[in-house]
Design a protein around this ligand. Structure first.
Ligand SMILES: Nc1ncnc2c1ncn2[C@@H]1O[C@H](COP(=O)(O)OP(=O)(O)OP(=O)(O)O)[C@@H](O)[C@H]1O
Length: 523
């Protein structure tokens, strides 16, 4: 008795020392095998749902459903009483899971199945003892066996409670950090709302997308009509990303002639071609550590699209005339107002490049579909005018706002900005902009007549000399060209595609001329 007590205390101390549930159950089965001369033993653990018994010590995939009475464990759980089974009886049951246990029992001819309970009678699982001709009733009657069983149950429950508490704590801290993330996201979104103005649902979603995209390294494709804010979106993605301290390199693929675009992007070595007197670093290399913004990507020539695709896959490229490749770690944001799927169908844009670019697609809603943004945008542009000019109107009258609402704004926010800035000039200091300051005729004619019919040629154009004054034909022709383009851009609210089409020019040529003559989108 003295000896048994001593052994019992040693065993108990060993059990109490186990750091977690798995170690406890491993130690308990090893003790039972050793103390009672068993060939093998396992603990089947009841899952949290209470529906399934699992045996992680043998095979995590081995499962016994508690409502499946084709195996003896379901009976033992329901009755709450231990059960002995011979190998013959087990074979008769022909249960695959049970056979697995027997196969791993190191030659046992009998098993003892014992429900395991916590102190509060809560069932924790089932103990399976395997032996060769064992006297189960004798073993189960021993105080040492009963004491060990009680201790295993108590300790198991204690570990389980501790695991539950830890899990709850982890859940709580995860919820808190996700709350903090949401709060940070909200703060960033508020900050972004200062430049990407608009209280509409569409704009709030757009800002959330920008913040989310900024947190990744994915290539972003920004799509939307002309003037709706795609540049601002690209800028926001850079500013809110971890690359914000790096360069933000903008390339307008429509404004650079095809023949120069490749050189601009890839750069060249000294002597790469006649006239290359010095090496030139390309924009891809300049974007290293920052963001490369390819605006008007839809206008990129096909041959260059293939090269870009390769660069995006490897971030490696070869400057013109260089022997080796150069690596540049840049994040790509591309934008277009063109429907790329149509360009793909027409064979003008590579499908694989489209997929590569649109890892994170962002679409900007046209202004006409978010009229609730009109007033805040007007106030924003008035404010910016006042800051720039040091004077300006106070605000905009409600009548003027009502007047703007039905207008379709084909040139989107850029067009609204132009309209407001023009009105700012017309409005006396410290007064509100009125409807009649909003270039009403121009608005009305755009609404009523097809855009191409608005008559802007009647207005004398600044910078164009009268015929009798011309003494430099080339300069006069260029001034006339610039005036025509400028008027047409004004007429189409800065929409370069429409202006180019109305003048019978490819958009790229128009963009090139704008650059050459220093004509802005505002006309
Ligand atoms: N939500 C907005 N809040 C404040 N300003 C805006 C907003 N959207 C656009 N703008 C302003 O409108 C003008 C045009 O915007 P932006 O250049 O970003 O348009 P875009 O879609 O890139 O045009 P494009 O297709 O011609 O390249 C800019 O002056 C920009 O600051």
């Amino acid at each position: 008795m003295q000896m048994e007590l001593h052994t019992g205390i040693d065993l108990a101390v060993e059990l109490l020392r186990q750091p977690d549930r798995a170690a406890l159950l491993g130690c308990a089965t090893a003790q039972l095998e050793q103390v009672f001369g068993l060939s093998r033993s396992w603990v089947l653990e009841l899952e949290a749902s209470g529906r399934t018994l699992i045996c992680p010590a043998l095979d995590a995939e081995l499962r016994f459903e508690c409502d499946d009475f084709s195996h003896p464990f379901a009976h033992v759980l329901r009755e709450g009483k231990a059960l002995a089974l011979s190998s013959v009886a087990c074979a008769r049951l022909d249960h695959a899971g049970l056979s697995r246990l027997f196969d791993a029992s190191r030659g046992a001819d009998s098993i003892w199945i014992q429900p395991l309970k916590a102190g509060n009678n809560r069932t924790l699982g089932v103990l399976v003892l395997c032996g060769l001709d064992p006297a189960w009733d004798d073993i189960a009657g021993q105080p040492l066996y009963k004491g060990l069983l009680a201790l295993i149950g108590l300790q198991w429950a204690a570990h389980r409670d501790r695991d539950d508490r830890l899990w709850q704590q982890r859940l709580l801290s995860r919820s808190l950090s996700s709350l903090r993330d949401t709060e940070t996201e909200r703060q960033k979104s508020d900050l972004l709302a200062r430049s990407l103005v608009g209280p509409s649902r569409a704009m709030a979603d757009l800002r959330a997308q920008v913040i989310r995209a900024a947190g990744t390294q994915l290539s972003v494709l920004v799509q939307g009509e002309t003037g709706c804010g795609k540049d601002l979106v690209a800028r926001g993605i850079h500013d809110f990303s971890e690359r914000s301290d790096g360069p933000f390199i903008v390339v307008n693929c429509a404004a650079i002639p095809d023949s120069l675009l490749e050189n601009e992007l890839f750069g060249h070595t000294k002597g790469a071609f006649s006239g290359a007197n010095a090496a030139k670093q390309g924009l891809l290399a300049q974007a290293n550590g920052g963001t490369l913004f390819l605006d008007e990507i839809g206008d990129m020539p096909m041959a260059l699209q293939s090269k870009l695709l390769r660069v995006l896959e490897t971030r490696q490229f070869r400057p013109l005339g260089a022997r080796g490749e150069v690596h540049s770690d840049f994040r790509l944001v591309a934008a277009t107002h063109q429907p790329l799927p149509t360009r793909i169908q027409d064979g003008e844009f590579r499908r694989d490049l489209f997929y590569r670019l649109s890892q994170f697609p962002v679409r900007v809603t046209p202004l006409r579909d978010r009229t609730e943004d009109l007033e805040p945008l007007c106030r924003h542009f008035i404010q910016r005018y006042r800051e720039r000019e040091g004077r300006g109107p106070l605000g905009i009258s409600s009548h003027a706002l009502e007047y703007l609402k039905p207008y379709a704004f084909p040139g989107n926010v850029r067009e609204l900005r132009n309209v407001i800035e023009f009105a700012c000039v017309q409005t006396p200091e410290q007064e509100d902009i009125q409807a009649e300051d909003l270039r009403l005729d121009a608005l009305a004619s755009r609404e009523e007549a097809p855009a191409g019919e608005a008559d802007s040629t009647a207005v004398p154009q600044p910078g164009v000399p009268v015929l009798s004054d011309i003494d430099d034909l080339r300069a006069a022709a260029q001034a006339f060209e610039a005036a025509v383009i400028s008027a047409r851009l004004r007429q189409y609210g800065g929409n370069r595609a429409q202006a180019a089409e109305s003048l019978g020019l490819p958009k790229r040529t128009l963009a090139h001329k704008c650059q050459k003559f220093n004509v802005t989108e505002t006309g």
